[in-house]
Design a binder for this molecule. Sequence first.
Ligand SMILES: [Zn+2]
Ligand SMILES: [Zn+2]
Length: 157
Amino acid sequence: MHQQTLSIVENQTTLIDKAIEHQRLSNKEAWVAMNKVLETQRTTIELLKQTLLLFSSRGQPIYTATNIPLSVTHNYLLPISKFKESCHVCRYYGHGAKDCPNIEESGRGACINCWSHHHKTNSCRNWSVSTPFKSRFLSPDQLVLSFGTVVSDHRRG
Ligand SMILES: [Zn+2]
Ligand SMILES: [Zn+2]
């Protein structure tokens, strides 16, 4: 009887040991995966810092259009506070279409399809008309590509 109980308890102990070992291993995997994510994150942050340093050392603000600087408060490449979605017009973050700094005054508050002031975008039945962007407007993609050029030029130099 005691012998039997002992062997059952021993079996249970072995199982618990195995369970703990398993837990340790799977946690280790999770830990390794998490560390890889963190590593990537650090690399990205480092690259961003270098890019920012490069631009600040050039002493020139970055413009998204003539006289419109890239701004961390209202005209940015990444979501800012309540602006989780980019502007439907220019695709930068930090403002809505009706306050878009990258289009001419005349386009503010207009239908963003045909640029008429006589109706709202969602009731527009007209053909689309090209966006009245300010001169030298660069889309976020174009702007990022221009960063790439500067970074590689810098490294060559
Ligand atoms: Zn915009
Ligand atoms: Zn319209």
